[in-house]
Design a protein around this ligand. Structure first.
Ligand SMILES: C[S@@+](CC[C@H](N)C(=O)[O-])C[C@H]1O[C@@H](n2cnc3c(N)ncnc32)[C@H](O)[C@@H]1O
Length: 274
């Protein structure tokens, strides 16, 4: 552990892998620890194309934000499970198209707050909230959301690569209930962006779910099937091209080489208008 890691380890549990830090490693970042890297290596044994998948997911997030600003006129974003800052975060993409865009990031991992304060609160139109994405009322009634999000103007609620972190429960804390609650709070004309890990292969679904369950001390959710993600959209109007492997959501390169496609599992979802 180097000095920087030692300083942070006073406040962060570096021995239990964290989803945010594992994702950071998969994307080639440096804000991760031995426990995260070991868990990623185990993950790669079950699903070798996971790094490709992570990169495809991040590229989808960036495309979606740009398209929502430039083609759909959206100027405010609520990013649930924003992750550690990396290059081209949501506000940087959005504000490149229109500097007036406002973004509130929400994540419950303390390391995201520790590292995110300077990068994600870069100007007076961005803020980061350390909150569980299931706490819809606390999020919508928070100071940053009341300050930055106009409740009378359409916005985009992002749930990109986060719903698989939530368990299936019957207490209004599962993905379907969270999406329903957020949809009720969104102004008319708003957009919902949802994708999560899915696999057609039961061995990948069960293997990864078990691995992440053990690695995170029982705080992870589940790799799901496409039909389950489709159900989260309810009767919202899904935009073209529909619900797809996010690599195929309005790609900005015409021909994709085969090595860019994850094969074991994919991030699957799309964008809908309420
Ligand atoms: C795989 S990363 C996705 C990051 C980003 N959305 C993206 O697609 O690039 C998942 C993030 O969700 C966060 N997360 C997991 N469960 C959460 C919860 N219950 N509330 C808020 N954030 C959560 C993790 O801390 C992590 O940063």
């Amino acid at each position: 552990m180097n000095q920087r890691e030692k300083n942070i380890s006073h406040t962060i549990d570096v021995h239990t892998p964290s989803v945010a830090r594992m994702y950071d490693w998969l994307l080639g970042g440096i804000e991760n620890y031995a426990s995260d890297r070991e868990a990623c290596q185990e993950l790669l044994e079950i699903a070798p194309s996971t790094q490709v998948l992570a990169r495809n997911n991040r590229a989808f997030l960036q495309r979606v934000v740009r398209v929502l600003v430039e083609d759909y006129g959206i100027r405010q974003f609520l990013d649930h499970g924003s992750g550690l800052p990396t290059q081209d975060n949501v506000h940087q993409i959005a504000q490149r198209s229109d500097p007036g865009c406002r973004v509130v990031y929400v994540d419950n991992d303390p390391i995201v707050l520790a590292h995110g304060r300077t990068t994600l609160e870069e100007n007076d139109r961005t803020a980061i909230l350390n909150e569980d994405m299931r706490n819809t009322a606390a999020i919508f009634d928070s100071e940053p959301v009341r300050r930055l999000i106009d409740p009378n103007e359409p916005m985009a609620a992002l749930f990109v690569s986060v719903l698989h972190c939530l368990r299936d429960t019957d207490d209004e804390m599962d993905p379907a209930a969270v999406i329903r609650r957020v949809a009720e709070r969104l102004p008319a004309g708003s957009y919902m962006v949802i994708c999560q890990l899915v696999s057609d292969d039961p061995a990948v679904r069960d293997g990864v779910t078990h691995l992440m369950e053990v690695a995170t001390g029982g705080t992870w959710g589940r790799v799901r099937e496409q039909r389950e993600v489709r159900a989260y959209f309810g009767d919202m109007r899904v935009l073209e091209p529909g619900l797809v492997d996010v690599l195929d959501w309005r790609p900005d390169t015409p021909v994709l080489p085969p090595e860019q496609r994850a094969v074991d599992w994919v991030e699957w979802g799309g964008v809908a208008q309420l």
